[in-house]
Design a protein around this ligand. Structure first.
Ligand code: NAP
Length: 334
């Protein structure tokens, strides 16, 4: 038996979640059964999607029950294997969630691909996060040469990858984020053409129109609400919107007021399509091949926010909703 600590859902919060929604527990983990591996987690992915699973309502993925360990992608090391495909020391990707140790069926565990990237990058730019940006821009929004691209929550994990990809493909990019540190990051590190601090900007549509007087052709939405309203207002005819997420609405108690200009959607023939990255996993090999080439050419300038220790995972999650991260939010376990 091995002692392990885990973080569970304690309560379904109303409004913006706090750490009180979570509780830590100590458990004992037996030796792995036949066909299982035992994993020591090294890195945890901290994702806004966890918020959706804290509601009781069914979505594209089932809700957590009270008392469930918070499931999330994780990078770990195999410390004991009862399966011929894995040996101790293998570094793997799994959905082991917020805990120190886990026994998982070997079929649910994946060795990291042989890419010259740090292991935790497979939770961010080289994982599902990066694929969401790639699939959203190329397959959902059908990015084409000359498109002017608008990206919201652009300093976050998905948004910053979308900025990198769109800039590497030669597009004009306008990006929003909260606060001057983030807008400086967008301009200086990611090379976007204009960065708008949505918190300081009294009229987002006017600011977007000033940054893109020619209008926008593609909107990569991570936020919804006022950002979506600004995008509709500035959209060109036949603009394509890839709706990746709507974080402005994840904690609302009353329905959001914006966007108030939905009637422009038919007038401008805007194509608006929501997507879930898991429907686009077939693109992962092609995406990683491109990523390797961009990395080899020294063009990948990605960022991570690293929080130390399992007990700080709830706070790291809560901080997503007040903009506490630049790039992927990760928890490192000792
Ligand atoms: P993230 O962007 O790294 O972190 C969340 C960021 O959202 C925060 O840093 C904050 O930045 C911003 N934010 C929080 N509350 C906001 C609000 N009320 N209004 C505007 N911005 C707000 O997280 P991520 O993992 O990359 O996810 C980004 C979006 O993509 C989320 O909507 C997520 O649900 C979605 N997503 C979807 C898929 C899919 O398959 N469709 C996959 C992954 C993620 P600021 O400081 O700029 O406010």
């Amino acid at each position: 038996m091995r002692r392990s600590r885990e973080i569970r859902l304690a309560d379904r919060p109303t409004g913006v979640p706090s750490c009180r929604a979570f509780v830590a527990a100590d458990v004992e983990i037996p030796e792995p059964a036949l066909g299982e591996v035992q994993i020591r987690n090294l890195w945890l992915s901290i994702d806004p999607a966890i918020r959706g699973r804290m509601y009781a309502a069914k979505s594209y993925i089932p809700p957590f029950e009270i008392g469930d360990v918070i499931a999330s992608p994780a990078i770990g090391e195999i410390i004991s294997s009862n399966d011929p495909l894995f040996i101790s020391g293998d570094i793997v990707l799994s959905d082991a969630g917020w805990r120190d140790y886990a026994n998982l069926p070997a079929a649910e565990v994946e060795k990291l691909p042989p890419m010259d990237l740090p292991a935790q990058a497979f939770l961010g730019i080289a994982g599902i996060t990066g694929l969401a940006a790639y699939a959203g821009l190329l397959r959902v929004a059908k990015l084409k040469p000359g498109d002017v691209v608008f990206i919201s929550a652009a300093s976050g994990a998905v948004g910053s990858t979308a900025c990198l990809i769109a800039k590497m493909m030669g597009h004009k990019v306008i990006a929003t984020a909260g606060g001057p540190t983030k807008t400086a990051f967008l301009r200086d590190a990611l090379g976007v053409d204009a960065a708008i601090d949505y918190r300081a900007e009294p009229n987002l549509r006017k600011a977007l129109a000033a940054a893109a007087p020619e209008g926008i052709d593609v909107y990569f939405d991570n936020v919804g609400g006022p950002c979506l309203e600004a995008a509709i207002g500035c959209a060109n005819l036949h603009a394509r919107f890839a709706i990746c997420g709507m974080i402005a609405g994840y904690n609302v108690i009353e329905p959001m007021a914006a966007p108030r200009n939905m009637t422009l959607i038919p007038a401008k023939r805007i194509g608006m399509k929501g997507f879930i990255v898991f429907d686009h996993l077939d693109l992962m090999p092609a995406y990683r091949e491109k990523l390797a080439a961009w990395h080899g050419a020294g063009k990948l300038n990605w960022r991570e926010t690293v929080v130390e220790g399992l007990d700080n995972a709830p706070q790291a999650f809560v901080d997503l909703f007040s903009g506490g991260n630049i790039g992927k939010m990760l928890v490192r376990l000792p």
